[in-house]
Design a protein around this ligand. Sequence first.
Ligand SMILES: Nc1ncnc2c1ncn2[C@@H]1O[C@H](COP(=O)(O)OP(=O)(O)OP(=O)(O)O)[C@@H](O)[C@H]1O
Ligand SMILES: O=C(O)C1=C[C@@H](O)[C@@H](O)[C@H](O)C1
Ligand SMILES: [Mg+2]
Length: 196
Amino acid sequence: MTGSDSKKPPQGSAPAQRRLRRTVALVGMMGSGKTAVGKALAARLGAQFLDSDAAIEEAAKATIPEIFARDGESFFRDREAEVIARLLSGPPVVLSTGGGAFMADRNREAIARAGVALWLDADLDTLWERVRHKDSRPLLRTSDPKGTLAEIYERRVPVYRLAGLHVRSEPGCSVEETASRALSVLATRPDILESP
Ligand SMILES: Nc1ncnc2c1ncn2[C@@H]1O[C@H](COP(=O)(O)OP(=O)(O)OP(=O)(O)O)[C@@H](O)[C@H]1O
Ligand SMILES: O=C(O)C1=C[C@@H](O)[C@@H](O)[C@H](O)C1
Ligand SMILES: [Mg+2]
């Protein structure tokens, strides 16, 4: 083997993993795939995956619907902001946020200080197909959940557009494919993801 060959990875080995320099926070509507795609993205990066909804439930020892029912939405939003600040205070991670988290100035500012927000952008029909069979989202417990989802969508999309990075979550695209798209978008940001 020549000196220059010895610097190359062995043939057939996986390409070297790129290091996450700063945190990537996935933001977007409920059902956009923040949890599912966030996990896949973290696995691809060899990075830690955190989920603010899961962390709130763990700290409260209660489910999100239970917290909403017992303490109300504004209590939930305060706990959410505390948890997000805590999860952003450590080393760089992939953080999936709750669907409403990016609406709050305090969370947008905290995310910008720690890294970058990546908006997972799915259309309304796709979102509805993904959330309609589950009863775990208290904001959709109305007499017209589809109409409520549409109202929330219209109100929030202008704020999600403020995210530094944008990835479409297409209906025909698997979780892994969407994670690959997210990876390509991150590759345009060497301040966030180390260059090869
Ligand atoms: N790209 C995708 N292709 C197929 N199914 C997906 C995709 N993204 C998400 N899903 C499915 O849609 C459902 C909702 O996704 P997920 O829970 O990840 O959304 P979320 O953005 O984390 O929602 P929430 O804000 O309520 O936490 C899950 O069952 C997930 O497997
Ligand atoms: O869109 C929202 O406001 C929410 C989405 C979920 O991730 C949870 O954070 C909670 O159900 C509220
Ligand atoms: Mg989630």
